[in-house]
Ligand binder design. Structure first.
Ligand SMILES: Nc1ncnc2c1ncn2[C@@H]1O[C@H](COP(=O)(O)OP(=O)(O)OP(=O)(O)O)[C@@H](O)[C@H]1O
Length: 495
């Protein structure tokens, strides 16, 4: 049987960097191929070339027996290739049906609205998407929005679906549902390319894996029957499975405190986090995590209650004043909200401290210092780019995340609020970041670590709290953690 997709010797060069350096990739109909590799190894670039978003500098693509070159996304879609983006291209104010018609103008000309609505219902039932054509996208949780994109692709007769880290911002239950949907698509004969950094997802859903390193294929394997340890070694290139070392906490004074804190979607909350302590907050996404993080960072108003930082009331302080007071914040959606893509890596790294020494002395920017500092942070945090003067937006997703993480950690903040700090990071980078956060705690900072990844929460939390419906459903110390209890708390919903 001929492959659905054959990519041969793909090359894509950016200046001196060979982002893709002779990559071969085959996908058969009815096959899920895991595309893996560390941050910056060239996965997204290869997919952008395939989908016609960037032009290759070498190599050839054959899709369903026909050569594809110099194409644009419109042509890729017309021949049956669909790309499900990480940031969904949906209009929130419109319904599922309207969004689907919007992205499929030909259908609007040929088919009546109720016929399309029926097609949506039928396809949704068949694939287990649980979507109603009349629901407004704004009312759908993230996982369902992604399914609208999948539905759109299937209705337009896509034969190959590209999913670039589709699970990175989904809650565990949504991930399970997505994998079920992907398997149904496979059984209907679709080819799927699935980019992920998560080993369990690969084992659960993929038929084979292709691993990239520095723009080249560094390994290939059939998943069934493969030795898990070998697969992990091939994917990660080093052992990242040893547990984190957590010294017994040396708890200091309360560094951040909340009293009856309430706002839209949260509270009232009473919490204290001491220096030398990590409070990990678990919970199913959408239970007030974002609201809590943004209220602490000063991006949302608290309607009632107080927040204190090192005994100073910061409830109504601006984000900039909170930064000055020693608060660092890593938002979950770093590439959209914490990074200026048109600025250089160096500029992004100094963004928070630009008016203060040592960056600025008597009003003069000390560029030499800024550059040296950027070089040091880039090497410490393994931010892969040609130079500190490279534009942040041209970096791979994971490397963009690392800029924000490096900037916030390097400030040695009194308090760190980290929301899903490892989204989009490869296993090696995840480990590094968690170790740095633990080091920050060991140096006396207070950390609030918000994540829907239970494994991480349990690995780093000195205490573990569960947020449900915007309130604390439970709070235990590390030694008291009882998994069934945590699960129960997570499923609690405040009325
Ligand atoms: N437009 C661009 N200009 C310059 N360099 C680029 C551009 N796009 C990508 N690169 C570089 O190409 C390399 C591969 O990036 P790519 O986004 O393909 O990696 P990735 O494997 O998808 O990584 P991640 O897991 O972090 O998303 C990176 O070094 C990146 O900085």
């Amino acid at each position: 049987m001929a492959a659905l997709l054959e990519m041969r010797g793909m090359v894509k060069v950016y200046g001196a960097l060979r982002a893709n350096d002779g990559i071969d990739l085959d996908v058969f109909a009815g096959e899920i191929v895991g595309l893996l590799g560390e941050n910056g190894s060239g996965k997204s670039t290869l997919m952008k070339v395939l989908f016609g978003m960037v032009e290759a500098d070498g190599g050839g693509i054959v899709f369903r027996g026909r050569e594809l070159s110099g194409h644009r996304p419109g042509e890729a879609m017309a021949v049956g290739i669909a790309m499900i983006h990480q940031h969904f291209m949906l209009v929130e104010a419109m319904t599922v049906l309207e969004n689907i018609m919007l992205g499929w103008p030909e259908a609007g000309k040929l088919l009546k609205r109720h016929v399309i609505a029926e097609k949506i219902r039928e396809t949704s039932r068949r694939l287990g998407l649980d979507l109603d054509p009349e629901t407004r996208v704004a009312d759908l949780p993230l996982g369902r929005r992604q399914r609208v994109e999948i539905l759109k692709a299937v209705l337009r007769n896509a034969e190959l679906l590209i999913l670039d880290e589709p699970t990175s911002n989904l809650a565990p239950a949504e991930v399970r549902d997505l994998l079920v949907v992907l398997k149904r698509l496979r059984s209907e004969g679709k080819g799927i390319i699935f980019i992920t950094h998560k080993m369990p997802e690969v084992i659960e859903a993929c038929d084979k894996v292709v691993v990239l390193r520095a723009g080249k294929v560094s390994g290939k394997a059939v998943v069934s029957g493969a030795d898990k340890a070998q697969l992990a070694e091939m994917m990660v290139g080093r052992d990242v499975t040893t547990p984190y070392v957590m010294k017994a906490p040396e708890k200091g004074a309360v560094r951040i405190g909340m009293r009856q804190l309430a706002g839209k979607g949260i509270g009232p909350l009473d919490l204290d986090v001491r220096g030398g302590e990590i409070l990990a907050i678990a919970g199913v996404d959408g239970n007030g995590q974002l609201e809590l993080a943004e209220t602490l960072a000063g991006l949302r108003r608290a309607d009632a209650g107080t927040i204190s930082l090192d005994a100073r009331d910061i409830t109504h302080a601006t984000p900039a004043n909170r930064t000055k007071a020693g608060l660092a914040y890593m938002p979950a959606d770093r590439s959209m909200t914490a990074l200026v893509k048109s600025m250089t890596i160096m500029e992004n790294l100094m963004l928070r401290d630009i008016q203060r020494p040592p960056y600025s002395l008597r009003g003069l920017l000390t560029m030499g210092f800024a550059r040296r500092r950027a070089e040091t942070l880039m090497s410490q945090f393994d931010i892969r780019a040609a130079s500190p003067l490279t534009k942040a937006g041209s970096l791979s997703g994971g490397n963009q995340q690392k800029i924000v993480i490096a900037r916030e950690l390097a400030r040695q903040p009194a308090v760190l609020v980290a929301h899903q700090p490892t989204w989009g990071l490869d296993p090696g980078a995840t480990r590094f970041v968690l170790e740095r956060i633990i080091a920050l705690r060991d140096a006396g900072s207070a950390v609030i670590y918000i994540s829907s990844e239970l494994e991480e929460v349990l690995a780093v939390g000195d205490r573990v709290a569960v947020l449900a419906g915007g309130r604390l459903a439970g709070l235990v110390t590390r030694n008291e953690v009882d998994m069934p209890q945590i699960g129960l708390w997570m499923s609690e919903r405040a009325a």
